[in-house]
Design a binder for this molecule. Structure first.
Ligand code: NAD
Length: 488
């Protein structure tokens, strides 16, 4: 059994039960973890709070050195980390190699950004004065993580939070806790006890106590809209700093000048990476009416050639979905679309020859419209629903016709279309001709119901720093405008 990591020690905590971690490709048990309790959460906050009193005063240079050393140790354990990630999350090895790169590089990136500056000097009203804007850590940060990118989404919070001088409590998803616990055991042992802690268990039992704890001022959460709304309502009375990265329903627009072969590959990648279980997965596709048949044909040919299998097989293009509940919900969306008149062009079923694992064939649907769940709600699975648009303005209006606003993709060689698209689309990231490519320095996050948080870049560091203005007058003579009024 892999243990929780609290105050620098591995422990069962108060747990009396265990949670099994399941390999989604085989449905077999990989390992188990303690089912953490509210008492464990309380103890962890206490440890992180004590550690904060020293960590906040540790120099930025020392913090940076520790973070670089952690990145180096993670790289030394590359194979083991990628293997464990593949077993518990299911996506193919190349996608986990990419996630691993993000993990290590994010620690290195924020190690440097954290020692670059901690505020600014303002022009003062008088030459006898100094005005400073100081960025300071908040204290204990709760990092609540989903299962689809367990290490990348953890690093996007933990690295900037530590660099800013906060201590952290990581609550990995109960579905994928093992790779994070592995890091604590093998790569993070140089941090002082209590600076990084890992609580494992269910959201209601270990994460909600963090959300409502008065000594946890920041809740950094990535996950579903429903959980985000629950966290926001619990935290509101305490006016906590909330950093919420929620769901999406990203559109992919194909301009009428696009090349069908290139579009097919870009689109399949955008919709099917991690079996469509990416917050920025393409979930709605808009094709120009005039050339829709051509684009559809190229897409069906390409998607039909993809190989489904366990993530550990080097030949696999697409792995399983994460679990039975998620696949069931996905199948509800497919069935609803078909019942309302959609046609399945490929896929539309579990692979008949694979009796174990939560697999589902990549599925292209046409004759789709917005009355269907597959267009109106987050589907989070390997589906590509195709729709048509009449003019480019119509495509932009359709892209914006969603309660979510996480990302949006466009394929075009026309700079005027590209500019119109990125100016008019209400989404946190717009990708043109290269879907789903992020940048360490480029803020990532959503608009509308996708939540307003930003990770990565300077914005990703500022999330974890509070702002203080200092006004300092060097002269100690009384000011003429102080009481009593009228004395001058
Ligand atoms: P989820 O909301 O079910 O769980 C996320 C985390 O929250 C888990 O650690 C879970 O244990 C915890 N949790 C559950 N109930 C809680 C509660 N009441 N209080 C506090 N914490 C609680 O989400 P999931 O199924 O793990 O992840 C999939 C979702 O995450 C999708 O909606 C996806 O779009 C979203 N997501 C968003 C981004 C982004 O950057 N915007 C990135 C990845 C995933």
């Amino acid at each position: 059994m892999a243990l929780q990591f609290i105050d620098g020690k591995f422990t069962r905590g108060n747990a009396t039960e265990e949670i099994e971690v399941i390999n989604p490709a085989t449905e077999g048990v990989i390992d188990s973890v303690p089912r953490g309790t509210t008492e464990d959460a309380m103890r962890t906050v206490e440890a992180a709070k004590i550690a904060f009193s020293t960590w906040r005063r540790t120099s930025a240079n020392v913090r940076a050195t520790l973070m670089h050393e952690a990145a180096a140790k993670m790289r030394a354990h590359k194979e083991q980390i990628i293997h464990l990630l593949t077993l518990e999350e299911g996506k193919p090895i190349p996608e986990n190699e990419e996630e691993f790169e993000w993990l290590c590089n994010t620690f290195d990136y924020y190690a440097e950004l954290g020692r670059h500056e901690r505020g600014r000097v303002l022009p003062s009203g008088e030459h006898t004065q100094l005005n400073l804007v100081i960025k300071e850590p908040y204290g204990v940060v709760a990092c609540i993580i989903p299962w689809n990118y367990p290490l990348l989404l953890m690093a996007w919070k933990v690295a900037p939070a530590l660099a800013a001088g906060n201590t952290v409590i990581i609550k990995p998803s109960e579905i994928t806790p093992l790779s994070t616990l592995y890091l604590a055991e093998h790569c993070w042992n140089d941090f002082p006890p209590g600076v990084i802690n890992i609580l494992v268990g269910y959201g209601k039992e270990v994460a909600e106590p963090l959300v409502t704890h008065r000594d946890v001022p920041v809740i950094a959460f990535t996950g579903s809209l429903a959980t985000g709304q629950r966290i926001a309502s619990l935290a509101a009375p305490m006016m906590k700093k909330l950093h919420l990265e929620l769901g999406g329903k990203d559109a992919f627009v194909v301009a009428d000048d696009a090349d069908p072969e290139m579009t097919a590959r870009a689109l399949a990648y955008a919709a099917l990476t991690n079996a469509g279980q990416v917050c920025t997965s393409t979930e709605r596709v808009y094709l120009p009416e005039r050339r829709a048949a051509e684009f559809t044909e190229a897409l069906v040919a390409h998607v039909s050639s993809l190989r489904i299998g366990p993530g550990v097989e080097p030949s696999t293009d697409m792995g399983p979905m994460i679990g039975a509940t998620y696949r069931d919900k996905f199948e509800t969306h497919i069935a609803d679309a078909v019942r309302r008149g959609a046609k399945v062009l490929c896929g539309g079923r579990r692979p008949p020859h694979m009796t174990k694992g939560f697999f589902y064939e990549p599925t292209i649907l046409t004759d789709v419209d917005k009355s269907m769940l597959i267009v109106s709600e987050e589907t989070f699975g390997p589906a590509i629903p195709l729709m048509r648009y009449s003019s480019f303005e119509d495509a932009i209006a359709k892209t914006n016709d969603s309660e979510y606003g996480l990302g949006a993709c466009l394929v075009t060689s026309d700079p005027l279309k590209a500019k119109l698209f990125f100016e008019e689309v209400k989404a946190g990231t717009v990708w043109i001709n290269d879907p789903l490519t992020d940048n360490y320095a480029g803020p990532f996050g959503g608009m509308k119901l996708s939540g307003g948080a930003r990770e990565l870049g300077q914005e990703g560091l500022d999330t974890f720093r509070d702002t203080k203005h200092v006004h300092w007058e060097f002269s100690t003579t009384a000011k003429s405008w102080w009481y009593p009024y009228g004395s001058n």
